[in-house]
Design a protein around this ligand. Structure first.
Ligand code: T46
Length: 141
């Protein structure tokens, strides 16, 4: 999927357990300005249904599993996140939906910007319109 990729996060494991360390600007391609985590989501709930214009994020499932549907006007892909050593980078102008949360799933997100509702596109028709122009222009570069 354009603007998205899996990132293998540094892992230090042994008989004492596992430690993952993440350095902003090194292990992930931006400085981290915000972090949040999503917990307690019933298995039949889907969250998300939006895109971001500028925000970049890395999603890491710290416990359990969750599926992420990524969409552009021309592509669609579902990614399973089920390991704390794997992060999913989601870049600009990607529609996302999070679903199939397992019991006890913990989804942590590292974000490149502070929270601002103006960066969200929450209406799919509006997203398609902006994304078609955005990817067309990007393809022209
Ligand atoms: C995303 C996916 C993966 C805040 O006040 N500050 C924050 O930093 C965030 C992320 C949310 N909120 C408020 C806004 C809403 O009133 O928390 C409420 C729930 O947010 P939302 O419905 O946007 O949650 P999700 O799970 O649909 O989406 C979230 C992020 O908002 C979004 O950026 O990419 O997780």
């Amino acid at each position: 999927m354009v603007h998205c990729k899996m990132i293998a996060l540094p892992e230090y494991s042994g008989r004492l357990g596992i430690l993952n360390a993440i350095e902003g600007g090194q292990d992930i391609p931006f400085e981290i300005r915000r972090t949040y985590y999503i917990t307690g989501v019933p298995g039949d709930v889907t969250r998300g249904f939006h895109s971001h214009r500028q925000l970049e994020q890395v999603l890491i499932c710290l416990n359990g599993s969750v599926k992420i549907r990524l969409k552009t006007p021309s592509e669609e892909e579902v990614i399973l996140l089920d390991h704390p050593s794997r992060g999913l980078l989601i870049g600009h102008m990607i529609w996302r939906e999070m679903f199939d949360f397992s019991p006890g799933a913990v989804l942590m997100v590292l974000a490149s910007q502070h929270y601002t509702e103006e960066d969200y596109i929450r209406d799919y028709a509006q997203y398609e319109q902006e994304a078609k122009t955005y990817f067309q222009t990007e393809g022209d570069v």
